[in-house]
Design a protein around this ligand. Structure first.
Ligand SMILES: [Zn+2]
Length: 320
């Protein structure tokens, strides 16, 4: 029976791959969103944009994974797409279809959101490796590299990127991608049930001021990442939020931190060529996407990425 099932899977995959116009596409089966989060979301959504714009903005939300798949992805997709309508700031296309990363299609969007897209996110899971021929796998690898380059070129030429949570736990062997998003995931010393203190590092920065309006720190229950020492740098990015380890629950010994400078940035922006990158590592827990303040933080980041919210991108290390 199992052999038959496997054969059927191989047949259906090879049928889909035999047509060069319709190669393998990500197809994730997520759990339904619990009702309490659906209700909480509706009361948390911003009802106006962070800044008004005369231009109709359109964003792409992509959350395919071939590494860890977060259970916050479905609520994230819903929250970010509903927030565009409730605030009037943008219209969202939510899709995991790689065809959206062809250059001509990318250029129709004002920004792309990588919502916890993890691993080599245009590739099938390695668990499926045996269901592809060598030739098919090579084809998909080449497609992955090409689409990732398309995305980086799109931003370099003036587009916007928004990375949320596991978007830094992606394409980890590709140094160019690490520089593009600004960091590479190196574990989460603070796990999802911990209470942590988040410092609004630059309260007068245009993105932060529009959201926090003078609040200098807040407490939240959330998983917090640390990043590899060699990629994340204040020389490169303008830090918006960071963790205060002293005012947060302490990581367990097995999750001891590895960051040499004790700098645990959570959110930042930087320029990438003519384009704009906003990243926030918040987004592990489902409740993050029903938190009115965090939704505004994302909205400000999205409006920065689309070019509506003008903000200083001078790297933090260069501030006097
Ligand atoms: Zn996580």
């Amino acid at each position: 029976m199992m052999r038959l099932v496997k054969l059927f899977i191989i047949m259906s995959l090879s049928v889909s791959l035999s047509n060069a116009n319709s190669p393998w596409i990500p197809n994730h089966q997520d759990e339904p969103i619990p009702l309490k989060f659906l209700q909480a979301l509706d009361t948390a959504l911003p009802v106006e944009p962070m800044v008004e714009s005369d231009v109709k903005r359109r964003i792409l939300i992509y959350s395919a994974t071939n590494g860890f798949r977060h259970d916050s992805i479905p609520i994230g997709k819903l929250a970010l797409s509903k927030m565009g309508l409730s605030s009037g700031a943008y219209e969202a296309v939510v899709s995991d279809h790689p065809q959206y990363f062809e250059s001509e299609t990318l250029s129709t969007f004002d920004a792309v959101v990588l919502l916890s897209a993890s691993g080599n996110f245009f590739m099938p899971s390695h668990k499926l490796r045996d269901t592809f021929s060598q030739e098919e796998w090579l084809f998909l690898k080449k497609r992955h590299d090409r689409l990732l380059n398309n995305l980086m070129n799109y931003v370099r030429e003036g587009g916007g990127l928004v990375g949320i949570h596991a978007a830094t736990d992606a394409c980890k062997r590709n140094r160019a991608y690490g520089d593009f998003i600004g960091a590479k995931f190196n574990g989460h010393p603070w796990t999802k049930n911990m209470q942590v203190n988040v410092v609004v590092e630059d309260p007068n920065h245009a993105i932060n001021f529009s959201v926090f309006q003078g609040i200098t720190d807040f407490n939240i229950q959330e998983e917090i990442y640390e990043f590899c020492n060699d990629i994340f740098s204040r020389e490169h990015s303008r830090i918006l939020l960071r963790l205060d380890p002293k005012r947060s629950e302490q990581p367990l010994p097995k999750h001891a931190t590895k960051r040499l400078d004790n700098d645990y940035a959570i959110s930042w922006v930087h320029a990438y060529g003519k384009g704009r990158v906003f990243y926030s590592s918040l987004g592990d827990n489902l409740h993050i996407f029903t938190d009115a303040l965090i939704l505004k933080h994302y909205l400000a980041g999205i409006q920065f990425a689309t070019g509506d919210l003008i903000a200083d991108v001078t790297p933090s290390a260069q501030l006097k």
